[in-house]
Write a protein that binds this ligand. Structure first.
Ligand code: SF4
Ligand code: SF4
Length: 409
């Protein structure tokens, strides 16, 4: 099998012409948009909109990137549609707000794309899925001939970085994402589910907005960080591998990449990727600030504890130790010890008691008390939906003392 090709192009800012040139070059290095899109095909463009924030916050895929890709799709004769299910309700008014705030209205106008307002979804069978054999997905995905994945490079508390694979979680409609979080009780299962969505959606092209990424408390509460790159490829996992290396994160530290290596669908090594364009070393950000670590990751523990956790952990292939592993793991992850190790969400004084987090917590762990959201630490499963979705950035993540001592990253 030939190695996947990934293109890397320098782009210093979001000036429209510069982005257009860089995107065109990144795609040309892969054979041009004609290699991905045939005339007349319906092309779904999937940006990361999270909860629709202004582009300069570096939370969402920048509109100039989306506009540039839409233009290339048009030039190739395709019909581009921008579609995404951000966090929160999947309704036409919520989409309108997210599109307006994130600049997608402008992107659609400039790129000649339509914006999706159809909030229908369907449940589909995915026999090859490893933890999800049925998937609930937004209708435009199911009707598209081609999917182009347009993620934003950011830190993420569950997956370490949110890249191409994690961006596809936005194909699950609205509040159903919350039930997925509740159902996928540990981090490994969540990562496997992301890979199941990838193997169903099969994006034809992934083009990463890594011009300005997010470091620190991502995916929505961190700080913008200039990286200056566009990374593209037909293999989403290869793009993710390069993007991790770009910000100095060992690619296999990214949950979805590590699990993909275990599945044998990528090696997770830069040496196994055919890099074209800029020299990767010339663009690496040496001091990129990671996010706050979230739930159980055996890789973070001292070796004896790691071996114990790995022995207890359920096999993704449904091997016979699953019931023992699942129940032991759940016991551990719901117990006192776990709560002492992982970050817990807390509302800050910026909280205005709007109850948005209350409505979207998958396990009803939040109440409004004395004009502020209060998270019940015992009920909370540390999915961090509230942190990701709070419209007022009023939720911080703080690790208990034991967690800071034992898991300092
Ligand atoms: S924490 Fe955020 S989402 Fe929750 S009630 Fe406060 S302001 Fe609203
Ligand atoms: S309180 Fe926040 S982190 Fe905890 S389960 Fe609810 S949404 Fe998830």
């Amino acid at each position: 099998m030939s190695p996947p090709t990934v293109s890397l192009v320098r782009c210093s800012d979001y000036a429209s012409e510069r982005v257009m040139d860089a995107v065109r070059q990144a795609v040309a290095l892969l054979g041009g948009m004609e290699a991905f899109v045939q005339p007349g095909q319906k092309v779904l463009l999937k940006p990361n909109l999270v909860r629709g924030m202004e582009p300069n916050r570096a939370v969402t895929t920048h509109p100039t990137i989306v506009a540039a890709v839409a233009r290339l799709v048009r030039e190739a004769g395709g019909v581009p549609l921008i579609a995404e299910s951000p966090g929160g309700p999947y309704s036409a008014p919520a989409l309108r707000l997210a599109y307006r705030r994130s600049g997608m209205v402008r992107a659609a106008e400039e790129g000649g794309a339509e914006l999706n307002y159809d909030t229908a979804s369907s449940q589909v069978s995915h026999p090859e899925g490893q933890v999800l054999h049925r998937l609930d997905l937004i209708q435009p995905l199911l009707e598209a001939d081609v999917v182009i994945n347009l993620p934003k490079l950011k830190t993420h508390n569950l997956t370490v970085l949110t890249l191409g694979v994690k961006n596809l979680f936005g194909l699950v409609p609205g509040s159903l994402k919350i039930s997925y979080h509740a159902k996928l009780v540990d981090r490994e299962m969540f990562g496997e589910a992301m890979l199941d969505i990838l193997t169903f959606a099969r994006p034809t092209l992934t083009l990463m907005d890594a011009i300005v990424g997010m470091e620190g408390e991502g995916p929505s509460g961190g700080d913008p960080r200039e990286i200056g790159a566009i990374v593209a490829g037909a293999d989403c996992l290869a793009v993710d591998t390069v993007c991790a290396a770009l910000v100095g994160v060992p690619p296999q530290d990214v949950l979805t990449t590590r699990l993909a290596v275990a599945r044998g669908i990528i090696t997770g090594r830069i040496e196994d990727i055919d890099m074209v364009g800029e020299d990767l070393a010339s663009l690496v950000v040496p001091d990129f600030r990671g996010g706050i670590e979230a739930p159980i990751d055996p890789g973070l523990f001292p070796r004896p504890m790691r071996l114990l956790i790995q022995w207890l952990a359920p096999s993704p292939n449904g091997a016979e130790n699953d019931s023992r592993g699942t129940s032991a793991m759940r016991l551990f992850t719901s117990g006192w010890m776990w709560r002492q190790l992982v970050a817990r969400p807390q509302a800050t004084k910026e909280c205005i008691a709007c109850s948005f987090c209350v409505k979207h917590c998958p396990v009803d762990a939040i109440e409004i008390i004395d004009g502020r959201a209060l998270m019940d630490s015992k009920t909370c499963v540390r999915c961090y939906c509230c942190h990701e979705l709070c419209p007022h950035d009023a939720i911080s993540l703080s690790k208990p003392l034991l967690g800071r001592l034992l898991l300092p990253r």
